[in-house]
Design a protein around this ligand. Structure first.
Ligand SMILES: *Cc1c(COP(=O)(O)O)cnc(C)c1O
Length: 396
């Protein structure tokens, strides 16, 4: 049955992904089931999306009720779920003003526009520069791609937006050497995801913040993957004692409903986007915002952050044991429940073997297995994952 579906899909869908050979059907807690009923323990969570796991009753009930009430209004009118979601987002991010989008890439686009508009308001010129990081990932649309530090993703689509300079992540001198009078923003992920699970070093991020303050440059932190509790705080920057001027969030804030947001301080908002500068048809609609609002409530009610802080050291300890045990595993790194296990060889065969055994894992680059499980996992789930992975490593 799966084989026929897959053949059909390969005829009809644009081939932009080399998909794993399973067709997923339903989810429950931290498990997924394919259309033939096989169970998988999920340590991917739809790429760091399903923070609360699958089939959360309280969450699903709110969505169902909102579907029956009203799903869309356009941004010409106000709606209560968006008003409530914005208030809760401000509290969660520490920012003052929020704009809702439909995806992460769209949030990055908005953040870049907001930064350019701010610089334009400040000095009336239009040739400002943005510094981005090598090995970064910010999305696939033209603006987000322009600041993505992977030349293979960018090359075929050039010319992208201009005046972007790349610096080395965690190398302050490299950032400093790219700064000019025209620099209006520095964009980075607080913890690089796609690029290989590299957390910013505290000293680096703090120095970049100080540099931005000194030169009037805006700091944009992309927390689309590392935000929403994944590292053990609501947003990873909290743990650095650093606040961005503009931040982006998406993935887990919708727990499966496609949403995103960018947010900024009042200081930036006062001189940035105004009516007519930016918009979206769907962004911030009542269905999407009911999801965001409920996700944020559940984070409080079910003490999701406490679970991340409790489980993460356990996962780390277990991964360290694998590092000791296998000489083809170099190290593990990350923050909270966002971790990478670094191999000296490609991890594709291990991931495929794991899938056969009912364990869903993903990579970050060729040599790194990335762990971004639902934030509600238990120690038993970690034990089960580790023992399946250990079996795969022995067989590979
Ligand atoms: C996933 C991701 C994006 C892009 O989000 P989409 O919803 O896929 O557009 C941007 N930045 C980071 C850090 C991401 O992990």
């Amino acid at each position: 049955m799966m084989k026929e579906y897959i053949e059909q899909a390969e005829k009809d869908l644009l081939h932009t992904y080399n998909r794993y050979q399973i067709v997923l059907d339903r989810g429950e807690g931290v498990h997924l089931y394919d259309i033939e009923g096989k169970e998988y323990l999920d340590f991917c969570a739809g790429i760091a999306v399903f923070a609360l796991g699958y089939g959360h009753k309280g969450f699903n009930d709110v969505l169902k009720a909102q579907i029956d009430k009203l799903t869309h209004t356009s941004n010409y009118y106000y709606n209560v779920p968006a008003i409530e979601a914005a208030r809760k987002m401000k509290k969660a991010t520490g920012m003052d003003r929020v704009f809702f989008t439909n995806s992460g890439a769209e949030a990055v686009e908005g953040a870049l526009k907001a930064a350019r508009k701010y610089a334009y308001t400040m000095d009336g010129t239009t040739d400002h520069e943005i510094i981005a990081m090598e090995h970064s990932f910010h999305g696939r649309t033209m603006g987000a791609l322009s600041v993505t530090g992977n030349p293979h993703y960018r090359e075929a689509f050039e010319p992208l937006i201009g005046n972007i300079k790349f610096a080395t992540f965690n190398d302050f001198d490299s950032v400093l050497s790219q700064v000019t009078d025209k620099t209006c923003a520095i964009i980075m992920e607080t913890v690089q995801g796609e690029g290989g699970i590299y957390p910013a070093e505290p000293d680096f991020l703090q120095k970049v913040r100080a540099l931005c303050d000194e030169k009037g440059i805006l700091l944009i932190l992309d927390e689309i993957q590392c935000g929403m509790g994944r590292t053990g705080s609501m947003y990873a920057y909290e743990q650095y004692g650093v606040m961005p001027d503009i931040m982006t969030t998406a993935k887990a804030i919708g727990n499966g409903v496609p949403v995103g947001a960018f947010a900024m301080t009042e200081k930036v908002a006062e001189k940035s986007l105004v009516a007519g500068d930016h918009g979206t048809t769907y962004g911030g609609n009542p269905l999407a915002c009911a999801a965001i609002s409920k996700v944020l409530d559940i984070f409080g009610e079910e003490k999701i952050l406490d679970n991340v802080r409790g489980i993460a050291p356990y996962l780390e300890e277990k991964l360290n044991k694998l590092v000791e045990k296998y000489d083809f595993i170099q190290c593990q790194r990350g923050m909270g429940l966002m971790r990478g296990l670094v191999f000296t060889c490609p991890v594709g065969p291990v991931i495929n073997k794991a899938l056969e055994k009912g364990l869903i894992l993903i990579n970050a680059g060729t040599n790194i297995i990335r762990f971004v499980p639902p934030l509600v996992i238990s120690k038993e789930n970690v034990d089960c994952m580790i023992s399946l992975l250990d079996e795969c490593l022995q067989e590979c």
